[in-house]
Write a protein that binds this ligand. Structure first.
Ligand code: SF4
Ligand code: SF4
Length: 169
């Protein structure tokens, strides 16, 4: 019997359980970076400035369950909100599934490891600055949060065959 397909291939976003929905987040932290909107030019610019609650190493929200108390404008992603938000990074698992794409190899649900999102250079680790230190946002405009880097899956190590030679008598 072929292996069962994973839930994100068989279940519509709107029909997922809370646990399935939450598990789709790859932990990249890109959505926790501030954006600037220049209304006259109708232009959205990404910055590398992170919300003050973002742990810049783990790329996780340090107060996730109470985040709305501390950051009232933190956006809660829902299947409906997903259709209206235009700033999610192209790497975001929710956006990918909404667009009919699959999860990438570095997604923890695919790789089985929470580290691959960092190893593949998708997360903000090592390239974001906290809003506590950043100063003016327009000094921090960058384009990488809106780009999807092409990152190859590392080749699996091939098990070496141990070869022994018998000494000739
Ligand atoms: S951009 Fe998407 S996948 Fe990355 S942390 Fe935000 S919600 Fe999760
Ligand atoms: S409150 Fe937490 S989840 Fe919301 S933007 Fe800040 S770090 Fe991200």
């Amino acid at each position: 019997m072929p292996p069962a397909l994973p839930f994100w291939k068989t279940t519509a976003l709107a029909d997922m359980s809370q646990a399935q929905w939450e598990s789709l987040c790859d932990g990249c932290g890109r959505c926790c970076l501030h954006k600037l909107i220049y209304e006259e030019a109708e232009q959205l610019c990404h910055t590398n400035v992170a919300c003050r609650l973002l742990d810049l190493n783990s790329c996780q929200c340090s107060k996730y369950s109470q985040r709305r108390k501390h950051v009232p404008d933190c956006v809660s992603l829902t299947p409906v909100a997903l259709r209206e938000i235009n700033w999610l990074p192209p790497t975001c698992a929710y956006r990918r599934l909404e667009e009919g794409r699959d999860l990438a190899w570095w997604h923890p649900l695919v790789s089985g490891s929470p580290d691959t999102v960092h190893e593949a250079g998708i997360s903000v680790r090592g390239r974001a600055v906290s809003e506590r230190q950043a100063g003016p946002l327009d000094h921090h405009i960058v384009d990488w949060p809106g780009r999807e880097p092409r990152v190859r899956r590392p080749a699996k190590p091939v098990a070496a065959t141990r070869q022994t030679k018998e000494a000739k008598p």
